[in-house]
Ligand binder design. Structure first.
Ligand SMILES: NC(=O)c1ccc[n+]([C@@H]2O[C@H](COP(=O)([O-])OP(=O)(O)OC[C@H]3O[C@@H](n4cnc5c(N)ncnc54)[C@H](O)[C@@H]3O)[C@@H](O)[C@H]2O)c1
Length: 260
């Protein structure tokens, strides 16, 4: 699709976890709107693949293998981004333990301390580490955008098997609000997007799609299976100057399954 407005022209956008799923769709969309994209992904080959796809469409992107839960790796991500593009305008904190790096579905009794801790390290501390690392460059221009990715599950809870995941995603709401107040005076906007249950290529099976449609029918005001394409618009908006007076907010994009 063509975006003649090019509202992200001149902006460098880092998408963590951009090698698969919804993050890959974010990377493609912001590139198509004129951004130079850094695909920061723990699976180096997947990151390279997405950067090549974007380049093949005539847009600018490069990949940097990154573990968001590792300080040295995150610092390298920032150095490599600045080396390639000279500035960082937008950080999309999308990487998480979820499908590709899997969250274990366990019973309450089966959930181990080690697994819970690992999920918090990646999903919460990883978001903090990446944010902390990009803020100095954003401060230089008194401008920047940080977008954290939570989940609609935090508003409803998600019985039994995903306690550690929902806990981690809930933390991002408070993190978003507190960081927004901390760096607002520096011109840095911090917002959060909470997707509803979303069908990605990686988890798509006819049975799963049918189950998601049935759930949508019972829960959503807009009855359809959510896909990454339903989420890219809000990411583009929050990355752009059009949202410059919005900060500290969490926007639920789930077709009206939960209303707040
Ligand atoms: N798909 C859904 O139903 C849904 C719903 C709500 C929220 N979300 C959130 O949206 C985001 C993307 O979800 P998805 O469905 O594409 O999941 P996914 O598992 O396919 O994508 C997550 C990406 O993060 C990468 N990653 C994992 N650990 C990493 C690390 N330590 N460092 C760097 N990269 C790492 C993975 O390799 C993968 O590319 C996640 O934050 C997820 O929690 C997804």
């Amino acid at each position: 699709m063509e975006y003649p407005e090019q509202r992200l022209a001149g902006r460098t956008v880092i998408v963590t976890g951009g090698g698969y799923g919804i993050g890959r769709a974010y990377a493609h969309r912001v590139a198509a709107e004129g951004a130079r994209v850094v695909v920061a992904e723990i699976d180096g080959d997947a990151g390279e693949r997405v950067a090549k796809e974007i380049a093949a469409e005539g847009y600018e992107a490069f990949a940097v293998e990154t573990d968001v839960a590792d300080e040295t790796s995150v610092n390298h991500m920032v150095d490599a981004s600045l080396g390639a593009f000279g500035r960082i305008d937008v950080l999309i904190n999308n990487a998480a333990m979820f499908t590709k790096v899997a969250v274990e579905h366990t019973t309450l009794e089966g959930l181990t301390f080690e697994h819970f801790e690992k999920v918090l390290r990646v999903n919460v501390l990883g978001t903090w580490l990446c944010s902390r690392a990009v803020i100095p460059d954003m401060r230089k221009r008194s401008y920047g955008k940080i977008i954290n990715i939570s989940s609609g599950t935090v508003f409803k809870g998600a019985g039994g098997t995903m306690l550690q995941y929902v806990t981690s995603k809930s933390a991002l709401l408070g993190f978003t609000r507190s960081l927004a107040r901390t760096v607002g005076p520096d011109g840095i906007r911090v917002n959060c997007v909470a997707p509803g249950g979303t069908m990605t290529d990686d988890i798509n099976t006819p049975e799963k799609e049918q189950a998601m449609f049935e759930r949508a029918r019972s829960e959503r005001a807009i009855v359809k299976v959510e896909t990454p394409e339903d989420l890219v618009g809000i990411i583009s908006f929050l990355s752009s100057a059009d949202s410059d007076f919005i900060t500290g907010q969490t926007i639920l994009v789930d077709g009206g399954a939960f209303m707040h």
